[in-house]
Design a protein around this ligand. Structure first.
Ligand code: PMP
Length: 442
């Protein structure tokens, strides 16, 4: 107790910050103390325009009253309830609401608390499904280079980012990676989906030939790769992946942790591209970022395959203490109301052409070597400073923040994904700021 009472409120040392240069940050911290709508307020009182929806999650904008009130009400009523052999109404209501948003027969949802948990849950369901249907030799998983699927061991194994993998031992066995779909020589400055590259899906055939389909459980991809710099799938690519998976009885998993809940101007990338995966991973926008939550959607044949054994047996040995947490469910229900009442998915679709023009207005901005966009998402790729990769983009991030605009960077790419409530004048401000900042950077 003494320790609690005497701890220094402003000591930054104790918190080991994630994906952060801790020592550098703690010398010059960027603290956010409140948020509303499109803006954060920094500790020094400055308003910061949120060009990243927090971390790709605050799709309806910050501190929406309906969500805040729903959370408050739920905490007072039912602070926590387990979901193992017990239930509470909000979880069932939320599941029913969510599956109505999903296309086709993606009609069951397993609740998690994050994108990473959704990915590991999806991979486990895929493996267990293959066993349940008598195809237990199908144990291999296929991911993709430059894929980001969170930080669980499953996610980093199928993920394709070397720095997220190389420090952590031997990872999962039996994982292959398809090549990523980005090629500047053929795609630079494409508007929307690049025309070139649909054939890259045929790499999946090569992997199937190598191992035989009877050994392969599932393929996982982000429909649009976000965290490695906004890589837009080439035209026809996702359709081709679906065809190859169908041909060989392989499950197709879409990791829609970023693309879900309106980011592309449709409910899900699944709708946007018209490609039906077997499993969809979600998180982030499910609660507008307010409370941690994720959900894994599965098609009917998958759920049904688990429901054939004795009724007295647990069908899937998997779950989290906080699966379907009542407060998260309340936040998610109010978030869905907010998306629907404000027509935010359609709003994103309507704004997308304006956004596209704004993105491509940077074509002649200093250091820019590629621009990519889809829905309300964009990647601005900078020429790396010779011998110092990532430095230029990080400096751009710092200077944008100073100028009152929050962007994200990954490698030498600036990634943008504003809340879907953004106004045109705010879009203009983001791109004007980036142009001006880039002009001042070495
Ligand atoms: N998958 C994708 C596609 C993501 O973008 C992310 C997070 N950026 C994750 C999984 C992991 O989500 P979380 O950080 O909530 O675990």
């Amino acid at each position: 107790m003494d320790g609690i009472m005497t701890s220094q409120p402003n000591n930054l040392e104790a918190f080991w910050m994630p994906f952060t240069m801790n020592r550098q940050f703690k010398k010059a911290p960027r603290m956010l103390v409140s948020a509303e709508g499109m803006y954060y307020t920094a500790q020094d009182g400055r308003k910061i325009l949120d060009g990243a929806a927090g971390l790709w999650c605050v799709n309806a904008g910050h501190r929406r009253p309906k969500i805040v009130e729903a959370v408050q009400k739920q905490v007072f009523e039912l602070d926590y309830a387990p979901a193992f052999q017990m239930g509470h109404p909000a979880a069932f209501e939320l599941a029913s609401r969510l599956i109505n948003l999903m296309p086709g027969d993606l009609d069951h949802v397993f609740f998690t608390n994050s994108g990473s948990e959704s990915v590991d849950t999806a991979l486990k369901i895929a493996l267990a499904y293959q066993r349940a249907r008598g195809e237990g030799t199908r144990q291999r998983l296929i991911g993709r280079e430059r894929g980001y699927h969170g930080v669980g061991f499953g996610g980093i194994s199928v993920g394709g980012i070397v720095s997220n993998r190389k420090f952590f031992g031997s990872l999962l066995n039996g994982v292959d990676h398809m090549p990523h779909t980005h090629d500047k020589a053929h795609q630079a400055f494409s508007r929307g989906q690049p025309e070139w590259g649909g054939h890259l899906a045929d790499e999946l055939e090569r992997i199937v030939t190598l191992h035989d389909a009877s050994n392969i459980a599932a393929v996982i991809v982000e429909p649009v790769a976000g965290s490695t710099g906004v890589l837009i799938p080439p035209q026809g690519y996702l359709q081709r992946l679906r065809e190859i998976c169908d041909k060989h009885g392989i499950l197709l998993i879409f990791d829609e942790v970023i693309t879900g809940f309106g980011r592309l101007g449709a409910g899900f990338a699944t709708d946007y591209f018209g490609v039906m995966p077997d499993i969809v991973c979600t998180a982030k926008g499910i609660t507008n970022g307010t409370i941690p939550m994720g959900g894994v959607f599965v098609r009917k044949h998958i759920y049904d395959a688990f429901m054939t054994g004795s009724e007295g047996a647990i069908e899937l040995f998997h779950g989290y203490t906080y699966s379907g947490h009542p407060v998260a469910c309340a936040a998610a229900l109010a978030t869905l109301d907010t998306y629907q009442e404000d027509g935010l998915f359609q709003r994103a679709a309507d704004l997308a052409p304006y956004w596209e023009d704004a993105v491509h207005s940077l074509k002649d901005a200093r250091h820019v070597i590629d621009l990519r966009n889809l829905g309300l998402i964009a990647g601005i790729e900078l020429e790396p400073l010779p011998g110092q990769p990532t430095k230029r983009a990080f400096e751009a991030f710092l200077k944008c923040f100073e100028a009152g605009v929050m962007v994200r960077t990954t490698g030498d790419i600036i990634a943008l994904s504003p809340p879907l409530i953004i106004e045109k004048a705010e879009i203009d401000r983001i791109f004007t700021t980036i142009r001006e900042v880039l002009a001042t950077i070495e």
